[in-house]
Design a protein around this ligand. Structure first.
Ligand SMILES: CC(C)(COP(=O)(O)OP(=O)(O)OC[C@H]1O[C@@H](n2cnc3c(N)ncnc32)[C@H](O)[C@@H]1OP(=O)(O)O)[C@@H](O)C(=O)NCCC(=O)NCCS
Length: 160
């Protein structure tokens, strides 16, 4: 039987637990091998994904297949403020589809440029964005709440 088509829809409150699980797995897939353990320990102890997602789920756009949620994007004004694909579904076009949908929403709101920030400890995502037209426009270093010094890279893309 052919696979069910992938669809996009806004998040609903009832999705929250599933989204938190997806966000945790996706975050670990990006950072478990690269971020300092102090930061990973802080992230787990403070239940960071639940706190963020409980506040932000109304902005989220989901990519689904049948009843399964594969990934999410969070456009916020002109920012792509989050792009998370479950590791089981990475490398299959879900992130590209969600990024394009987030950019379309940002453009519909009248913005000509989309921007995002990405951690220097996330080289795969940096390459993903660069391959999709994002260029670095700045770097900031600061001491994170965990006590670890972090570097965030700002990237922008002009929208058509
Ligand atoms: C980065 C991410 C959003 C890309 O989504 P995706 O669905 O895997 O990407 P797609 O299948 O649409 O595209 C694959 C591309 O992503 C790159 N990629 C990045 N991480 C990847 C991964 N874990 N597995 C496979 N491909 C990955 C591939 O190299 C490929 O690049 P190319 O097409 O330019 O050659 C996704 O891998 C992810 O959620 N990673 C963990 C969380 C994260 O880093 N989020 C971004 C925070 S700023």
């Amino acid at each position: 039987m052919p696979a069910a088509p992938r669809t996009l829809r806004p998040a609903q409150q009832g999705d929250l637990d599933t989204l938190v699980e997806l966000g945790r797995r996706s975050w670990l897939s990006a950072f478990a091998q690269t971020a300092p353990f102090t930061l990973i320990e802080w992230w787990a102890r403070t239940n960071r994904v639940r706190t963020l997602f409980a506040a932000n789920w109304p902005q989220m756009l989901l990519c689904c297949q049948a009843d399964e949620i594969l990934g999410l994007a969070q456009p916020a004004q002109d920012e792509v403020n989050g792009l998370w694909v479950h590791p089981a579904h990475q490398g299959a076009g879900v992130g590209s589809q969600l990024l394009a949908a987030a950019e379309a929403e940002i453009a519909r709101e009248g913005n000509r440029v989309a921007w995002l920030t990405c951690s220097a400890w996330n080289p795969r995502a940096l390459a993903f964005y660069a391959a999709r037209g994002y260029v670095e426009t700045g770097r900031t270093r600061c001491v994170h709440a965990s006590g670890v010094e972090v570097e965030e890279i700002r990237m922008e893309r002009r929208l058509r």
